[in-house]
Design a protein around this ligand. Structure first.
Ligand code: PLP
Length: 414
């Protein structure tokens, strides 16, 4: 039996993520390994920390990457912050709010929720009312929930949490880089992300930042493992963090001057994470957010131009993904398959109450580009037409091009 070398088919990934990786990120990831404590490696780790401070808009010393997909970042944050019995409040507006509940429950925290229907965001007053009632130590929320496309406003939530002396954790996996996020200005204590959405990389590395007050909570639970423990290491008073791999107290000591030999950094992912941040910082965060806004607006106008309806509160939609209602009589999965088979374009399905009702189309990272938007709309028109949907001929591409033409007139570069 012989196996062919890895040679994936050409695809344009226009779903809710992962998206087609930026070739510059892939090039960085094909670089040779160096030793864990090689001065070049530790300098590269320090540079990665500095770059992600710019990406998260923070001065937090503790800004680094957790090895693993975005979910590893979420688990690391929650398992390191929450002791069994701690009260946590989770605003739930979609699948990923439910994920925070599930992980917090596994941390054996006492979990309370404020829920809104899918397609809406949670009002800050609702969160404040629950904070006063529940008195949690932590509010854990998603910023952009890809399951519904909603972008939870965070500035007011940060203010509420500061006022009531509660820590605020944010999962910004789907939103970071494509929508404004100001960790320090908005008072976000811990933010985690992933590379495979607006950052234009593959999944497998989870950038994280922790404010000094979050660091104090994590340090308060520090127990250095036997075998690498120094004579003067004493156990902190708080309960030992339930995960070894995702123990941020030890991971911070690996990234810090102590260089504690906790795990072997995933060097290739580090290269990728560093390149994603470098490209964003080189472009400028505001410019990257504006790029996502523009191409997201073109896609939104395009699907509407095809006569399709858009799900959810569009005023609170993330820039980088749109949920499109599947027209009557169209087989949603069949149409996605035709997009893939005939055009090499992937668009997304959906979960839970939206399953079978909407497709999710992304314009993010490397694919937040005019050609990617126009070609997707042109293909979608053909697939809908073949399925018998009454689409407006050329309506999608035409409406998107108008958005680009307006942006050129108003000085925004398409
Ligand atoms: C908002 C959000 N959180 C968490 C995740 C989980 O990320 P991963 O699959 O990289 O673990 C995703 C993935 O789509 C997401 O969109």
């Amino acid at each position: 039996m012989s196996y062919a070398p890895v040679d994936p088919p050409p695809r344009l990934l226009m779903g809710p993520g992962p998206i087609t990786a930026d070739p510059r990120v892939l090039r960085a990831m094909s670089s040779q390994l160096v030793g864990q404590y090689d001065p070049w490696m530790t300098a590269t780790m320090n540079e990665t920390m500095a770059l992600y401070r710019d990406v998260f808009r923070t001065a937090n010393e503790q800004t680094f990457v957790v090895d693993g997909t975005s979910r590893a970042g979420i688990e690391a944050a929650l398992v390191s912050l929450l002791e069994p019995g701690d009260r946590v409040l989770v605003p739930v507006m979609g699948r990923f709010g439910h994920l925070l509940v599930e992980i917090a429950e596994r941390c054996r925290a006492e979990v309370h929720t404020v829920e809104v229907p899918w397609g809406e965001v949670v009002p800050a007053e609702g969160v404040e009312e629950a904070v006063v009632r529940v008195r949690p130590t932590l509010v854990a929320t998603v910023q952009g929930d890809t399951s519904t496309t909603m972008n939870q406003p965070l500035a007011d939530l940060g203010e509420v949490c500061r006022r009531h002396d509660v820590l605020l954790y944010v999962d910004a996996t789907a939103s970071l880089g494509g929508n404004a996020l100001e960790a320090d200005t908005w008072g976000l204590d811990v933010v985690t992300a992933g590379l495979q959405k607006c950052l234009g990389g593959p999944s497998g590395s989870a950038p994280i930042t922790l404010s000094p007050r979050a660091v104090a909570v994590v340090e308060g639970r520090k127990h250095v493992e036997a075998g690498i423990r120094a004579a003067d290491d004493t156990d902190a008073a708080g309960e030992r963090i339930a995960s070894n791999y995702l123990d941020l107290a030890q991971v911070m000591d690996y990234w810090g001057p102590r260089r504690l030999n906790h795990h072997t950094e995933a060097t290739t992912m580090l290269y990728g994470a560093r390149e994603c941040a470098r490209l964003l910082v080189e472009e400028g965060l505001d410019a990257a957010v504006e790029r996502h806004r523009l191409h997201g607006a073109a896609m939104l106008a395009g699907v509407r131009g095809l006569g399709l309806r858009v799900f959810g509160d569009v005023a609170h939609k993330m820039h980088n993904v749109v949920a499109v209602e599947i027209p009557e009589g169209i087989d949603g999965d069949g149409a996605r398959q035709a997009m893939l088979d005939d055009f090499g374009i992937e668009i997304g399905t959906s979960f839970g109450p939206l399953h079978g009702k909407v497709w999710r189309i992304g314009t993010m990272g490397y694919n937040a580009r005019k050609d990617a938007v126009l070609v997707t709309l042109a293909a979608l028109e053909q697939v809908l037409r073949a399925g018998g949907a009454p689409v407006t001929a050329g309506g999608g591409v035409g409406a998107a091009r108008e958005v680009y033409a307006d942006a050129t007139t108003s000085g925004t570069d398409a």
